[in-house]
Write a protein that binds this ligand. Structure first.
Ligand code: RIB
Length: 321
């Protein structure tokens, strides 16, 4: 069993259509439909729990059938859920379109996620203070997210932000409250433009040389930046005195060889499992936690779906040793 991870975030019911090629505006395409649990917060909570973390998940649900189902799923995963039940907002949902290469397009209907209140987060202050790490994203009410980070900071608990989806204004007040961020290329480009005044094409980021990437990451003022780069693996950049027992200030970890079917939730699998690994780091290096998170995320892309596609620790061990 690992250390305690507190995750404040979203729950969505994912409605998924798989089609060979994305439709262009005005076009209709035939495809296959499926549905399952998702939401960046819940996906990350499942990832952390399946890697052995003791997870407390703080989220809002509508008082409806989808919400009841979410509560049962969390229980089945061994997640200690602190739900805020909403009478006047429906459980969140997401429309997801997948193409034949496993790429996705997503639109989120936030519903109850945006009703998550500061008061509800404050009521979970003890669980936040007892965690080894607190992980948040950008899919719930921003005030609630900021409050969770502040409570963690006050209790000297490590803080981690997965800045997804990219939002124009919120990062400005959240970045000073976090020890670690896990953007993908698009989110990193957004953060650079917004907070360092640098315009860089997201698609060119993975090909930049390591020293340049490190210099760019340092401009965000966050102690540790872990960029997820899809099939190019990930890039780690630590600031002075923030190396979590890593020797190198920056390095890359290549992606695992996997047969990609569905990339939905791969970034969540990465962030959630990284949080769980950091919560039980002990004498191990940060890099060992990154390698583990990379494996979890890679394996998750071989299965369809979001939360339920995330492998357990035993499955990761079996595949990668
Ligand atoms: O990151 C993937 C998730 O984004 C999906 O599960 C969907 O619900 C949206 O939140």
């Amino acid at each position: 069993m690992g250390g305690r991870v507190a995750i404040v975030g979203s729950y969505n019911q994912d409605f998924v259509w798989r089609t060979q090629q994305f439709p262009v505006p005005g076009e209709t395409r035939l495809g296959h439909f499926s549905t399952g649990p998702g939401g960046k917060g819940f996906n990350q909570a499942v990832a952390a729990a399946r890697q052995g973390g003791k997870v407390c998940f703080i989220a809002a649900l509508g008082r409806d059938a989808l919400g009841e189902n979410a509560a049962k799923l969390a229980q089945a995963e061994g997640i200690e859920a602190r739900w805020q039940w909403c009478d006047d907002a429906a459980t969140g949902n997401a429309a997801i379109v997948l193409d034949g290469r496993g790429q996705n397009l997503i639109i989120v209907g936030s519903g109850a996620n945006l009703a998550l209140s500061v008061a509800h987060v404050e009521a979970q202050g003890e669980a936040i203070a007892q965690a080894a790490i607190v992980l948040v994203q950008h899919e719930v009410c921003p005030e609630a997210t900021a409050r969770a980070l502040k409570l963690a900071r006050d209790a000297k608990v490590a803080t981690m932000l997965n800045p997804a989806p990219p939002l124009s204004d919120e990062d400005g007040r959240l970045l000073p409250l976090v020890d670690l961020i896990t953007p993908n290329e698009t989110e990193f480009a957004h953060l650079l433009a917004r907070h360092a005044g640098k315009t860089i094409e997201a698609s060119s980021i993975a090909a930049l040389d390591d020293a340049r990437l490190h210099a760019l990451a340092r401009q965000l003022g966050v102690p540790s930046v872990v960029m997820t780069l899809g099939s190019a693996g990930c890039f780690v950049s630590h600031g002075e005195g923030a190396r979590w027992r890593d020797e190198a200030p920056y390095y890359r970890v290549p992606a695992e060889a996997v047969r990609v079917r569905d990339t939905t939730g791969a970034g969540d699998a990465f962030s959630g499992s990284l949080a769980a690994a950091l919560a039980e780091l002990g004498e191990s290096s940060f890099q060992s936690a990154i390698v583990q998170a990379n494996r979890v995320a890679g394996l998750a892309t071989e299965r369809e779906g979001a939360a339920l596609a995330i492998p357990t620790r035993a499955e990761v061990m079996q595949r990668f040793g």
